[in-house]
Write a protein that binds this ligand. Structure first.
Ligand code: ADP
Ligand code: NA
Length: 332
């Protein structure tokens, strides 16, 4: 009974990485072409759960919008929004703060990662952010959410919140949203440490490929990526104990829309000295056009703002009735 509808978001907290691209954005573009309504969001309310310089936040929000569009998200085919411009996200977020339980939130591993050792000094927003994320999704009655693997637990929480709301109020109002975690690169790892996720918040710039890196920077980072001395295996099992090698092969497969098996059929037996330049060329050929287009779009910020304003008004046609009905159910 729910319209097939996709929602997903990325924080405008500065700099898209290859992890964001392969784990999320590439899939956003594919789903836009499938039988779904698609809504993609710069989640600025999430970004401010940790300090953001105001001028940077404004710029990063536009740059992220440019990154979405340059990657192939069309404002004609998808609704592209900035979260704070669609107030129903925060309004439903409050209701969900009252549905979610403290014990559920305390189990979120990402809070532990992001708050670090000094959790007492983290913002209340950082602790509560998965409840707002549930609202981001459910304020559209979204049925599918494409994300990287690190978001799996938050999607489970979203379902728990929907189920508890439906149960407590005796309704069948919110859908059980499905995460879409697919492809060869649902968890892209750091180029310097195969046990850590590639992230914009990693202090080492060499650990990640930024969507704005030029061809030289991309090639250099791949050349210097940590690896082991062995040749590449020709079977997937041969990557089991080799996280760095596996990561580079996964990236190669995802960038070329091939399976890991297929890639290993071709490159099995190669040394990294041969494989890395192939990967660098592939990465440059896929990413350089995106960063060039991002820079072009950033020359006209007013046009980006216009696209986001239009997206907000389209979004509110969906969110306003869902919020209104939620309030009625709650007795408000
Ligand atoms: P970050 O994780 O860098 O703080 P976000 O939380 O805004 O960025 O993540 C946006 C999307 O990108 C999410 O769907 C997340 O799962 C995905 N993502 C982020 N990093 C990676 C990664 N290293 N590999 C795969 N997907 C990732
Ligand atoms: Na994340």
């Amino acid at each position: 009974k729910f319209t097939p509808r996709v929602f997903s978001g990325i924080q405008p907290s500065g700099g898209l990485t290859l992890g964001n691209y392969l784990g999320a954005i590439k899939r956003f573009v594919q789903m836009q072409e499938e039988d779904f309504e698609t809504i993609y969001c710069m989640v600025d309310l999430h970004a401010i759960t940790v300090w953001q310089d105001p001028a940077d936040l404004t710029r990063n929000t536009r740059e992220l919008a440019a990154g979405f569009i340059a990657s192939g998200i069309s404002p004609e085919k998808s609704i592209l929004i900035n979260q704070s411009q669609v107030p129903e996200h925060a309004q439903l977020g409050w209701i969900f703060n009252c549905v979610a339980r403290m014990g559920w939130m305390k189990r979120m591993t990402q809070f532990k990662d992001k708050a670090g050792k000094n959790a007492e000094n983290a913002s209340l927003g950082l602790f509560g952010y998965p409840a707002l994320m549930a609202a981001d999704i459910l304020v559209y009655h979204a049925t599918h959410v494409p994300v990287g693997e690190d978001q799996k637990q938050h999607l489970e929480l979203t379902r728990d919140i929907a189920a508890k709301f439906n149960h407590d109020y005796g309704v069948d109002f919110f859908p059980m949203t499905e995460p879409v975690i697919e492809g060869a690169a649902t968890r892209v790892m750091s180029l310097r440490d195969g046990s850590k996720k590639m992230s914009k918040s990693d202090p080492s710039d060499a650990s990640r490929i930024n969507m704005t890196d030029d061809a030289d920077a991309i090639a250099k980072k791949i050349r210097k990526a940590k690896t082991d001395p062995d040749a590449l295996p020709s079977e997937v099992e041969g990557l089991a104990e080799r996280p760095e090698a596996r990561n580079l092969v996964n990236i190669f497969a995802a960038l070329s829309d091939r399976t890991v098996e297929d890639v290993l059929n071709e490159v099995g037996g190669q040394q990294f000295g041969t494989f890395k330049p192939l990967l660098a060329d592939l990465a440059v050929s896929k990413l350089a056009p995106i960063s060039t287009e991002m820079a072009r779009l950033m020359d006209d910020p007013a046009e980006i703002d216009r696209i986001l304003a239009k997206g907000a008004s389209q979004a509110r046609e969906i969110t306003a009735p869902i919020l209104k009905r939620t309030y009625e159910i709650v007795g408000m």
